[in-house]
Write a protein that binds this ligand. Structure first.
Ligand SMILES: [Zn+2]
Length: 169
């Protein structure tokens, strides 16, 4: 398992719901948790490892053991708005401001198959919104202001060049 980078088309695809939580799903989630920490991320969505299913790992504190595996997550309610700088493991060296709700109530299924509802604010709320966007095929550059997106252009182009070199095109 490895992280896929922009412009991989899997990042723009809407991921499918997970129908059943079996050992294969649990094993993949465990692998994603490792990968996320290795990459020093605080969130990782399944499409970012080339798996187009609705599962994401979040760990707003960055501390091992603090991870939450979100299966088929959805935002039920949101409030407030704040603009802050974000990065993304699929966009190395790309950073830009994104406006997000400051408070959300969301639901998800955990690895034991329990449906849970959680209220989150600030960074926790931001990470959940960023990861659910990934499940909908939305990457954070699409949420930036035109000025911010322009500021990321060089780094984004560089990623596209590297992908072409990898593909031998
Ligand atoms: Zn991301």
């Amino acid at each position: 398992m490895q992280i896929v980078y922009h412009p991989d088309p899997v990042l723009r695809r809407r991921a499918l719901p997970i129908a059943s939580i079996d050992d294969a799903v649990r094993a993949r989630a465990a692998e994603m948790i490792e990968l996320m920490h290795e990459a020093r991320g605080i969130g990782l969505a399944a499409p970012q490892v080339g798996w187009s299913q609705r599962l994401a790992i979040i760990c707003p504190s960055g501390d091992r053991g603090d991870e939450r595996v979100l299966i088929n997550p959805e935002i039920l309610e949101d409030d407030g708005e704040e603009t802050a700088e974000e990065g993304c493991l699929s966009f190395p060296k790309v950073f830009g401001n994104v406006a997000r709700a400051t408070w959300i109530r969301y639901a998800y299924t955990d690895l034991d198959g329990q449906r849970l509802e959680v209220e989150a604010e600030d960074l926790h709320a931001r990470v959940v919104q960023h990861e659910i966007d990934h499940l909908d095929g939305i990457v954070f550059t699409m949420r930036m202001s035109p000025a911010d997106r322009l500021g990321t252009k060089k780094a984004v182009r560089e990623l596209e060049k590297q992908a072409k070199a990898r593909d031998g095109r």
